[in-house]
Design a protein around this ligand. Structure first.
Ligand code: ADP
Length: 878
């Protein structure tokens, strides 16, 4: 049987939306059919019904149209793509089948609806392509991207604000940068998907045809979009082709899925590697900067502690600062100056916070204006924001710090726009631009006239009702209105016999009849047309106003960025003051000197005053490598993480939880901490640990900061210890960077004998009655090695077991120490220059050695000596 015209319309829409689920508007419902219906029924818990009967039955599921947002959110969360097909003409006016069109395709990375986004977080769509550096320059539509090349192009855009970035990265750093950007969706060339498996849990990956990534198409479409002849103005040159290809594919994808204007994406920012502190993916995770390791939540992270911003724009910028700290001491100091100045004036901070609370999310509002999706309410929010600006500006006028002065001068009050919006819009504007009621009286003479006519018409109706009640003698006669019949006169059945002849019956209800009269119809037309006209005029005025705001978009964008930054700076200043932070001193020399440092998160979460502060000193005289030993739960991990977090905070321009801090600006932070989370991801713990360690050893520079926790734990003791030993030696000899190494391998403390730049620290503990008290205090020297046995005794392990353990320990130490009581490893493992054969534990005795020792050389003939050598060789070859 041929499909009905409507199902034919459905099939056409379905064919146009690719693999997206199609939500098909039918009356007051959105319906899904066929497999889409089955998926939606499962994901959304809808009842699966069917359209048509018997053989022609089509699975169907649907929901009321006003629930679109919540259902869309659920579908997107499941990683699905959804196309929304709406009725694009008024069903009352449609001749035949109502016209329907796909009005938008929604995916995780292209969400813009406020209700579906966390206002504090950016929602990025990314695009990646990998190419060998030679090939990436070629371009041409026949070019097929290949995996395993050595360069990755990444572009990322936030559709809700229009921020658009692209950069070129070593392919090996792809995962690190995707982890930094945290996109919710990533597009990739078909058949050449480089997104690492473990990132797919949080990123929806969408394949795009290879041609979308061709260099020529990309350059052409980007230039056309920006209205430029080339991309050099944005800082891209011939070497950046791979970045441009990624960016072009993003633009192409958005043009295809978004039916709205993309005007708000008005520039492409080139991201340069090295411009911010590099933090690889594992480090980001270990340090719990924006997400916790255990459950991936924001609570309990560094960001959650830092974020006191009161606007969503501020929160997003703060997250950006925390994930991209600076490497330029001058720029860091500029931010610190601003925070310093603000934190000295708490009254100003409170005042600024109050003013900023009245500021709306200008970035997202502007994006809606420039893409034509803004509502009258959005425009009124822009007006309210502008109203608050003079106060903010006055507060930051006359400040000393350079950054605050720059921000003050960039804060554009846009007074003409403000007065235009204020004179045009009422205080509480509606969401819909179609039903009128948002333009102020006095703004348009014509509108005022039409409104008068409308309300005048309504008065006439009231009078008419009174007249009819009187003339017909029906006391409860009523004039009413509905959308289908327009105005009518309603008479209850009790008075039906009094209805005059000129009433024309229109509708019969249970208890009443409805009538019209020619007079009523005539007036109805007058009123309705005035109302319709006034609504249309309001809509036109709204479109005009939206255009006026659009024309100011660039200025407003700058203002939005200034407000966001002020919010961040005030937030950091309030935190600094409240938590008693100090201003760090960034220096070029890669050293660390922290007095009374605290872990920023535990400092807040632990009961007031219970966190024990600790010092840190890594420098050329005392050593750059700190080995921290101590029992479990003593606070080793906390200590090394706190050093990394204080460094990171300092470089983002924040005060730090310490009494004093001098921070040598780091180029990279590496953290290899714990391994429990990898187990859950199904990878060999030890392999992961070594991959990450290899990355540190290969990439750390003298300016880096490395923190390592329990390296080598995933293998046998000697194996692990040997690796830990040689890793420390390598960092000491070859890299020379600041390293904090927390370990339970007590043997590592012996390295102090052979390595000059290494210092032993341990965490103090105290025995008190029958328990051990963790003092959490870092002190100089190695931990007491019989500590475990000690704890075992306190815990009630039988006396004889403890005695035996002590004996075994003594035996092990005998093996381990030389006659002078010095560690054998350190002596025998001591390296001479050029000595590559390190022996950690000495080599095994070989029977040949005894033979050599026993040979009486002076009794041997030369020939016998040669025979001996031949024999030894034979034996060794066996
Ligand atoms: P380790 O790495 O030595 O096993 P952790 O660093 O994981 O120990 O610390 C264990 C617990 O001790 C932490 O969860 C925290 O509650 C507490 N702790 C650590 N350092 C401190 C400190 N400086 N002050 C107060 N409590 C601390």
């Amino acid at each position: 049987m041929a499909p009905t015209p409507m199902m034919q319309q459905y099939q056409e829409a379905k064919a146009a939306c690719g693999d997206a689920l199609l939500l098909f508007r039918m009356g007051d419902f959105y319906e899904l059919f066929h497999d889409d219906a089955k998926i939606a029924a499962r994901v959304l818990g809808l009842t699966l019904t069917s359209r048509e009967k018997g053989e022609n039955a089509i699975p169907m599921a649907g929901f009321p149209h006003h629930q679109l947002d919540s259902y869309l959110g659920k579908l997107i969360k499941q990683g699905l793509r959804v196309a929304v097909c709406d009725q694009v003409e008024d069903p009352r006016q449609a001749k035949g089948l109502v016209k329907r069109e796909i009005t938008r395709v929604v995916t995780a990375g292209t969400l813009t609806d406020d209700s579906l986004l966390d206002p504090r977080e950016s929602n990025f769509l990314a695009s990646v392509v990998v190419a060998s550096s030679g090939r990436s320059r070629g371009g041409g539509s026949s070019e097929t991207p290949t995996l395993g090349g050595d360069e990755a192009g990444i572009a990322w855009v936030e559709l809700s604000t229009g921020r658009f970035f692209a950069g070129r990265f070593p392919a090996g750093l792809l995962a690190d940068h995707l982890a930094r950007i945290q996109p919710s969706e990533c597009i990739v060339p078909e058949g050449a998907d480089p997104v690492p498996e473990h990132l797919r849990e949080s990123i929806v990956v969408t394949s795009r045809p290879a041609w979308c990534y061709s260099a020529e198409t990309a350059t052409e479409s980007l230039c056309k979009h920006f209205g430029t002849a080339s991309l050099t103005g944005f800082g891209f040159d011939d070497d950046d082709t791979v970045a441009v290809r990624a960016a072009g594919a993003v633009l192409e994808y958005l043009q295809e899925t978004q039916k709205a204007s993309l005007d708000h994406m008005d520039r492409l920012v080139r991201y340069r590697v090295g411009q911010s502190l590099e933090i690889d993916e594992a480090t980001r995770r270990s340090l719990e900067i924006t997400r916790t390791i255990r459950d991936g939540r924001r609570e309990g992270t560094l960001l959650a502690i830092l974020d006191r911003a009161v606007t969503p724009m501020g929160s997003r910028m703060l997250a950006d600062w925390a994930t991209n700290p600076l490497t330029d001491a001058a720029a860091i100091n500029q931010r610190l100056d601003a925070v310093d100045e603000l934190q000295r004036d708490p009254a100003l901070c409170r005042d600024m916070t109050d003013s900023l609370r009245g500021i709306y999310d200008m970035e997202r509002l502007l994006a809606r204006v420039t893409t034509g999706r803004a509502s009258p309410r959005d425009l009124s929010f822009i007006a309210r924001t502008l109203r608050g600006l003079p106060h903010v500006k006055a507060k930051i006028t006359g400040r000393k710090g350079e950054r605050l002065r720059q921000l003050e001068s960039q804060l554009d009050l846009c007074p003409e726009l403000r007065s235009r919006l204020e004179s045009a819009l009422v205080e509480d504007c509606p969401l819909s631009s179609r039903d009128g009621g948002f333009i102020r009286t006095g703004y348009s003479e014509r509108l005022d006239e039409l409104r008068e006519l409308t309300s005048g018409g309504r008065e006439w109706i009231a009078r008419y009702q009174a007249d009819q009640v009187k003339s017909a003698g029906i006391p409860n006669l009523k004039v009413g209105y509905n959308k289908v019949f327009g105005y009518y006169i309603e008479v209850t059945n009790a008075h039906r016999d009094k209805v005059p002849d000129h009433f024309i019956r229109k509708q019969t209800l249970k208890n009443a009849e409805r009538y019209v009269t020619p007079e009523l119809k005539e007036y109805e037309e007058k009123v309705l047309s005035a109302e319709e006209k006034s609504q249309q005029l309001e809509y036109d005025l709204f479109v005009e106003l939206r255009g006026v705001v659009h024309a100011c978009a660039r200025r407003l964008k700058t203002t939005a960025a200034v407000l966001a930054e002020l919010d961040v700076l005030v937030s950091l200043a309030m935190l600094a003051r409240e938590r008693n932070y100090c201003r760090p001193q960034p220096v070029a020399d890669p050293i660390l000197s922290i007095v009374d440092g605290r872990h920023p998160v535990l400092d807040v979460l632990e009961p007031e005053g219970t966190f024990v502060p600790n010092d840190t000193a890594a420098n050329h005289d005392e050593g750059m490598i700190l080995i921290i030993t101590g029992p479990n739960m003593a606070g080793k991990s906390t200590y090394i993480r706190q050093v990394a977090l204080i460094t990171l905070m300092a470089q983002m321009g924040s005060f730090v939880p310490a009494r004093e801090a001098t921070i040598g600006v780091a180029d990279r932070i590496f953290a290899r901490v714990g391994a429990s989370d990898e187990l859950a991801r199904g990878q060999s713990t030890f392999m992961v640990e070594m991959v990450e360690t290899a990355r540190i050893l290969n990439n750390a520079t003298p300016r880096s900061l490395v923190i390592l926790d329990e390296i080598g734990r995933g293998t046998s003791t000697y194996d692990g210890l040997s690796l830990a030993w040689s890793i420390v030696e390598h960092l000491h000899d070859k890299v020379g960077c600041r390293t904090l190494f927390a370990t339970h391998y007590h043997e590592l403390t012996d390295l102090e004998v052979s390595l000059g730049g290494l210092k032993n620290l341990n965490v103090a503990v105290q025995e008190w009655e029958d328990t051990v008290v963790f003092l959490h205090k870092i002190v100089a020297g190695a931990a007491d090695k019989s500590y475990g046995i000690h704890v075992a005794r306190l815990a009630g392990v039988p006396q004889e077991v403890n005695e035996r353990a002590k004996q075994v320990l003594a035996l092990l130490e005998e093996e381990h120490l030389d006659r002078e009581g010095r560690p054998k490893i350190a002596n025998r493992g001591k390296r001479k220059s050029g000595d590559l054969q390190l022996t950690l534990f000495g080599f095994e005795e070989h029977p040949i050695l005894d033979k050599i020792r026993e040979t009486k050389v002076d009794e041997l003939t030369p020939l016998a000596a040669l025979q001996f050598i031949q024999e030894w060789q034979k034996e060794l070859r066996r």
